[in-house]
Design a protein around this ligand. Structure first.
Ligand code: CP
Length: 305
């Protein structure tokens, strides 16, 4: 595998090996601190980001490498009309690996065809976000010890929430996994995720509009933000944005070992009063993301440690 565009490109064995590497990095950071010396990561972010871009950059620095790139399309020649394909071909002359975020679905795939170096999808429109899923998988593994026998509730904007699409794809390959898909009618998970992923893998799922009716049966609650930037109509966003707000009161009905996850950024969908609950895992996801991105960079650059 030369690029990571979709989480489905990684087998269960690939994911196990990435997790093993990430856990070894956590235990033995010194062993990895020079392994990417003289290697360069380019972060090409055509959309805003805090966690993904900075964790990729921190990951490369902690591997001893260097970083170049841009954090908004207006500061690149995309503003003059340059294509994704030409941008990728150009940056491939300067960098050894590229992480790209773009508002258009499929842009990182297009980039991968001309870059000449590995390209990582750091989020493409409302489509996929495979490295967030790697962060989520390490978090689930560290919290639950396994990916099997889990009931996972995904709550919020399941239509545009690309992290949910990638998470469902990844988790649908494990045993006895069930999904509870909680969203307003207008923000239900896309049909292709239901037919091509859930039903194709015989994964049981239900759809519901109620968090309260379902919270008690969940092992993982994956909250998501309503994705304002993907709405065509501000009035619809304002009507839907506060559909679900997780509070300590609602958590009283949840299992004692529930894991509350969120890819962040959060707006209103998890009350800050939940942050001190031992079940809150969303800031653990942030840190786990850096370790999994370190492991992924090593894999794609074929660096032996
Ligand atoms: N989870 C995530 O993608 O966060 P950023 O948008 O801050 O990168």
């Amino acid at each position: 595998m030369r690029h990571l565009i979709d989480i489905q490109q990684l087998s269960r064995e690939d994911i196990s090996r990435l997790i093993e590497t990430a856990l070894d990095i956590i235990e033995n950071p010194g062993r990895y601190s020079e392994v990417c010396r003289h290697k360069k990561l380019a972060t090409l972010f055509f959309e805003p980001s805090t966690r993904t871009r900075l964790s990729f950059e921190a990951a490369m620095y902690e591997l001893g490498g260097d970083v170049l790139g841009f954090s908004e399309s207006n500061s690149s020649s995309a503003a003059k009309g340059e294509s994704v394909s030409d941008t990728a071909r150009t940056v491939g002359c300067y960098a050894d690996i590229i992480a790209m975020r773009h508002p258009k679905e499929g842009a990182p795939l297009v980039a991968s065809r001309t870059a000449g170096v590995p390209v990582i999808n750091a989020g493409d429109g409302g489509h996929n976000h495979p490295t967030q899923t790697l962060a989520d998988l390490l978090t689930i593994y560290r919290e639950k010890g396994s990916f099997n026998n889990l009931t996972i509730g995904c709550c919020g904007d399941l239509k545009f929430g690309r992290t949910v699409h990638s998470l469902i794809s990844a988790m649908s390959r494990y045993e006895n996994v069930k999904f509870v898909l909680i969203s307003p009618e207008e923000l239900k998970v896309p049909k292709y995720i239901k037919t091509d992923v859930l039903e194709a893998n015989n994964i049981p799922y239900i759809e519901s509009t109620s968090l309260e009716d379902n919270i008690g049966k969940l092992d993982i609650l994956y909250m998501t933000r309503v994705q304002r930037e993907r709405f065509f109509n501000e009035a619809d966003y304002l009507r839907l944005k506060d559909s679900y707000v997780l509070t300590p009161e609602k958590l009283k009905a949840a299992k004692a070992d529930l894991s509350v996850m969120h890819p962040l950024p959060r707006v209103n969908e998890i009350s800050v009063a939940v942050d001190d609950d031992p079940r809150a895992c969303y800031f653990k996801q942030v840190l786990n993301g850096k370790y999994m991105r370190m492991a992924l960079i090593l894999k794609l650059l074929e660096v032996a440690v």
